[in-house]
Design a binder for this molecule. Sequence first.
Ligand SMILES: Nc1nc2c(ncn2[C@@H]2O[C@H](COP(=O)(O)OP(=O)(O)OP(=O)(O)O)[C@@H](O)[C@H]2O)c(=O)[nH]1
Ligand SMILES: [Mg+2]
Length: 317
Amino acid sequence: MSPNKRDLNQPIEEKANIKSRAGFICLAGAPNSGKSSLLNSYLGQKVAIVSPKPQTTRGRILGVVTQKAGQIIFCDTPGLNLSQKGLNLEMAAETQKALKEADCCLWLIDGLRASDQNHQRALEVMANLEDKPVGAAINKCDLLNNEQIALLIAQIKQQVRLEFIEPISVKTGKGLKSLKRRLISLLPLSPPLFESDYLTDQTLRQIASEFVREAIFNNAHQEIPYSCAVTVEKFLEPIPEDSYQGHRVWATIHVEKEAQKKVLVGKGGSMIKKIGQEARLALEDFLDQRLSLNLFVKVSPSWTTDSRLKAEFGYRG
Ligand SMILES: Nc1nc2c(ncn2[C@@H]2O[C@H](COP(=O)(O)OP(=O)(O)OP(=O)(O)O)[C@@H](O)[C@H]2O)c(=O)[nH]1
Ligand SMILES: [Mg+2]
């Protein structure tokens, strides 16, 4: 799944005839505002994990939507927040890199949490993005009435200069078509930068480890999802001569403490079995093929504060 960018060093006369648009849009906003849900919805496939808990996404995830009018290269990012604990510094660095590299930014606002601290943090970041266009979308409008939406739009328009602000609901699909048109209009004139069937920069190993992490977020509570990292030890593609026609994956869930391992394994292995089943089904759905998933839980003491271990588990910042 490596990127396959088109050569843009074509003659200037040819560029002058280009009517389509293409470019990078950074999806940024407070944690839990629905950035990854929006990405998946536009792609028509889940590539980014989603959960009701904040700080689910830990790194940048590219997702490419190609249409006649243009190609949007979305970059999903970790939610903007004020915490500096655990992985938050690495996550914030990922978001800053994505904001810097993008042509423009879509600020996703959780319509239900527009007065909390993380929203204020996101607002500050957006107000300081002077060198690129920023559009905004108020998400979760399925949970707001028209009056609340109008009030919020008026408030935000007074606080920061935006190209547009659109009410949407990723859940119901309301406003998504109109938002996509707006987003394409923000992009520079350019031929597509990726082949039209290119979906994401995530490797199958990364997707496997993220889907396991999503199952942990959905089943384990309190600090446990934030104390877990998942590494894929082995990923075998189906072999024609093998009677088992499917992928085989071996992954390790790293936790910080023995007590967390105990909770994650559960009574008689019940919890780890549930996590494994959920992740396997999500992966089979993604691959449209059978898959066997073998999970192991390992204590990697205090890994969230150990730079070497963080880098080893893929969090470099
Ligand atoms: N009611 C409602 N819920 C939504 C909508 N969009 C997303 N959600 C839910 O909001 C929660 C957070 O969604 P995510 O897509 O994980 O949010 P995120 O911004 O990527 O979060 P982080 O990765 O933690 O920064 C999930 O439970 C989603 O199902 C929506 O339009 N309406
Ligand atoms: Mg996310």
